[in-house]
Design a protein around this ligand. Structure first.
Ligand code: KIV
Length: 272
């Protein structure tokens, strides 16, 4: 039995609300598999998001739309098996909650039962209010997602900054208040002006987690493969790369190829 494991204090949705009240910033990163999730959790990240960005990062799709509920459950259950401390939030994928609240609830229940995740995330505001209510009524915690919502990319047409105009900014502020009143425990704000994100964070008591939403919010989220520099075509201003794993991995793998070809690997100590 691991004593060290017992010392870990699990992060809950309540921990996050308390962190906001205390002014402690929340760290969130994506993960989609066991090995990466183990590292992310061990490094002390508070929230692991099994994002539908798996559709891009893991499967190579251009958008997040193709990923299925079964695929999200596969990724989420791999992540859940790895974690000791972080809260695991799982995206409901496109097409599994927009059509009617009963379907939304069925999808959320499948995520919770089959993956062991701790909460779900849904993109959108008042248009999905009834779905959110249904899910919450079943005791499943919900994280909202406003601003640039990638599942609506074909409506927006581009991945540029959202809510720069007053009308859209006002709609976003109203949606954030609606999500808080409706019972969401946190909201992701993606790619909106920093001043607007701060205004939203100051107007609600639930945590606001930003991605490209500036420094006035309660926490930050990035896609793991982007911040580790494994992806290299995607270069938005908000992305800080902490490593250049694309280069490091290419060099290491290139060296392995050379070693195999030159018969340097395996050497006499690397065999039985
Ligand atoms: O799917 C995802 O990775 C996300 C983050 C960008 C917030 O929703």
């Amino acid at each position: 039995m691991s004593i060290a494991k017992k010392e870990y204090k699990r992060i809950t949705v309540k921990t996050l609300v308390d962190m906001k009240a205390k002014g402690e910033k929340i760290s969130m990163l994506t993960a989609y598999d066991y090995t990466m999730a183990k590292i992310v959790d061990g490094a002390g990240v508070d929230v692991i998001l099994v994002g539908d960005s798996a559709s891009n990062v893991m499967a190579g799709h251009e958008t997040t739309l193709p990923i299925t509920l079964d695929q999200m459950i596969y990724h989420a259950s791999s992540v859940v098996r790895a974690i000791d401390r972080a809260l695991v939030v799982v995206d409901l994928p496109f097409g599994t909650y927009q059509s009617d609240p009963k379907e939304a609830l069925r999808s959320a229940i499948r995520i919770m039962k089959e993956s062991g995740g701790h909460a779900v995330k849904l993109e959108g505001g008042k248009e999905i209010k009834d779905s959110i209510k249904r899910i919450l009524n079943a005791g499943i915690p919900v994280m909202g997602h406003l601003g640039l919502t990638p599942q609506s990319i074909y409506k927006f047409g581009t991945y540029t900054v959202r809510a720069k105009e007053e009308e859209e900014a006002q709609r976003l502020k109203d949606d954030a208040i609606m999500l808080e009143k409706g019972g969401c425990f946190a909201i992701v704000l993606e790619k909106i002006p920093a001043a607007l994100a701060k205004e939203v964070a100051d107007s609600v008591s639930i945590p606001i987690i930003g991605i490209g939403a500036g420094d006035g919010v309660d926490g930050q989220v990035l896609v793991l493969h982007d911040m580790l520099g494994m992806t290299h075509e995607f270069n938005p201003r908000f992305l800080r790369r902490y490593m250049n794993l694309f280069e490091d991995m290419t060099t290491a793998i290139g060296q392995y190829v050379k070693d195999v070809k030159s018969e340097d690997f395996p050497n006499s100590t690397e065999q039985y």
